[in-house]
Design a protein around this ligand. Structure first.
Ligand code: UD1
Length: 355
């Protein structure tokens, strides 16, 4: 069986690492190749993940880079199509909800190459998010929907896609357990002492400058009054701030961390402030309280016990949640036991016979 993983953005490299390790546990006639669209290209957004997680160099690198959604997705679509026409795999694996996911799924479906979607069935029910459009379209054109949670399966059933859905558990849990066991021995968290960790990059938060400044002002206040905040800044946010007059007073602003550094930093943080999907779960797995800087979350299981609190962009709500973050818990286990990578490969093998 020949499987082609299509990835392009930072969170996908972490999931790909899990699949690469799982593949090694199967017979050699399972061939796994990697296509990198080039959506993320900075060292700290891409290469460091391949190095740290021991992921083989991509077999194809399209070098598509940044751009408006149509141009970026279109460039990926046409380049992926060329690769697929030359090198027809038995399965294409796509991950998550980025433009690389959408382009990979669409190019494959049009060429009748079976597509399996890792992290299928997630919904925020906010169609203004580019990620929500990417998820919905990807799920509808995919052959096999690999779900991290029961909620994801229910979402797919409501859209008439239940027949293609399989529960695998969450590959991100496999990744966190791997990082905790192997990475944290090699990597120390950036600094000791009490701190809260923040990240911010969603288009809905960065593209509206007044909203961006409102959130940063709230983080400043949390940093001054509750707990020192370290913000690991995504290039999109840095770019958005280049044309506004903002400089941090209490916030410590740093470059993005590698995966092992991030897992180590999350596990030691008092709490997290983030608009990332992945970090909400990483915080949950590591039992660090999370404050989500969005108006909704796809990871609804993390909300139980106040382990994750959705606060939007209101300064007062962000401050109030930070002040009582230490009352979060208890944490549950809704995302499996960390064997999702194996379950993904088993599902591909089981369904290959029926294609
Ligand atoms: C993408 C995903 C988002 C995911 C995020 C993780 C889409 C629609 N969005 O958002 O779901 O949570 O990745 O990081 O696919 N840039 C650089 N260097 C890089 C990459 C990006 O400077 O290596 C800058 C560029 O200015 C670019 C901007 O970041 O224009 C946005 O990058 P893009 O890949 O379009 O979206 P992300 O915000 O990273």
């Amino acid at each position: 069986m020949r499987v082609l993983s299509i990835v392009g953005a930072r969170p996908q490299f972490v999931k790909l690492g899990v699949i690469c390790r799982a593949v090694e546990r199967f017979p050699k006639d399972l061939q796994h190749r990697i296509l990198h669209t080039g959506q993320h290209y900075d060292y700290e957004m891409s290469e460091v993940f391949f190095r740290e997680l021991g992921i083989p160099m991509p077999d194809f690198n399209l070098g598509v880079g940044s751009g408006p959604h149509g141009a970026q997705t279109g460039a990926m679509l046409s380049a992926i199509e060329e690769v697929l026409c030359r090198d027809r795999p038995d399965w294409v694996l796509v991950y998550g909800d980025t433009n690389s996911t959408l382009a990979g799924a669409l190019a494959s479906a049009k060429l009748h190459v079976p597509v399996a979607h890792v992290e299928a069935g997630l919904r925020s029910f906010n169609r203004r998010m580019p990620e929500e459009i990417n998820r919905i379209v990807t799920d509808h054109v995919s052959t096999l929907l690999l779900c991290p949670s029961e909620t994801a399966i229910q979402n797919l059933e409501r859209e008439g896609l239940g027949g293609r859905a399989t529960w695998t558990g969450d590959v991100m849990l496999d990744a966190v357990l791997y990082a905790r066991d192997s990475g944290s021995r090699k990597t120390v968290a950036p600094e000791e002492g009490d701190y809260a960790l923040a990240t911010l990059h969603r288009a809905e938060n960065t593209d509206d400058r007044s909203r961006l400044i409102r959130i940063l002002t709230a983080l400043e206040r949390v940093s001054e009054e509750v707990c020192p905040v370290r913000l690991y800044m995504h290039p999109r946010t840095r770019a958005a701030l280049s044309d506004v007059n903002w400089s941090p007073k209490f916030l410590r602003v740093n470059k993005p961390l590698s995966y092992f550094e991030m897992i180590s930093a999350v596990s030691r943080a008092q709490f997290l402030l983030t608009d990332s999907g992945g970090l909400q779960k990483e915080a949950y797995f590591l039992q660090t309280p999370c404050i989500t800087l969005r108006h909704e979350t796809e990871w609804v299981e993390t909300l139980h016990g106040g382990c994750n609190v959705v606060v939007g962009d209101s300064g007062a709500a962000i401050h109030a949640a930070a002040a009582k973050a230490d009352s979060a818990g208890p944490w549950g286990t809704p995302y499996g036991t960390g064997e999702a990578g194996i379950a993904v490969i088993q599902a591909l093998l089981a369904h290959a016979a029926t294609l």
